[in-house]
Design a protein around this ligand. Structure first.
Ligand code: ZN
Length: 125
């Protein structure tokens, strides 16, 4: 069980394609997420790509089921996740969910993303 995160309140969500029912899961305690600059190389927990020193990424941490863990997400995965997910999401399963969405994603949906994110979606699907 990887635990799930919560898309921050007050952020603009103009799409609610994916809404995971999280009522079966215990919520994280002490959940915190912040965008930080990488001081050394990390791996994105979503796409497995390297996060290079100097790049910004999201560092989310919390206690799930009594265990403390952190999840690092590269800026592109963050952008895509925040746009496509509503409310809660499972760490490490963002791309799995997007693949399931697959054909339902239209070119119009992709227009909300930056070029980098569009390229990534094409690569990952
Ligand atoms: Zn990533």
């Amino acid at each position: 069980m990887q635990g799930f995160g919560i898309i921050g309140k007050g952020k603009i969500m103009d799409c609610s394609c994916i809404d995971i029912d999280s009522s079966d899961y215990p919520g994280p305690k002490l959940f915190k997420e912040k965008i930080v600059k990488a001081r050394k190389q990390h791996k994105c927990s979503e796409c497995d790509a390297d996060i290079q020193p100097g790049e910004r990424y999201e560092n989310a941490s919390g206690v799930w089921d009594g265990e403390f863990s952190t999840h690092k997400t590269c800026s592109i995965c963050c952008e895509i996740r925040n746009a496509l997910f509503c409310g809660t999401y499972m760490f490490g399963e963002v791309w799995e969910e997007i693949r399931q969405l697959g054909d339902e994603l239209t070119l119009e949906d992709l227009e909300i993303f930056s070029k980098e994110a569009q390229v990534k979606i094409c690569e990952m699907l």
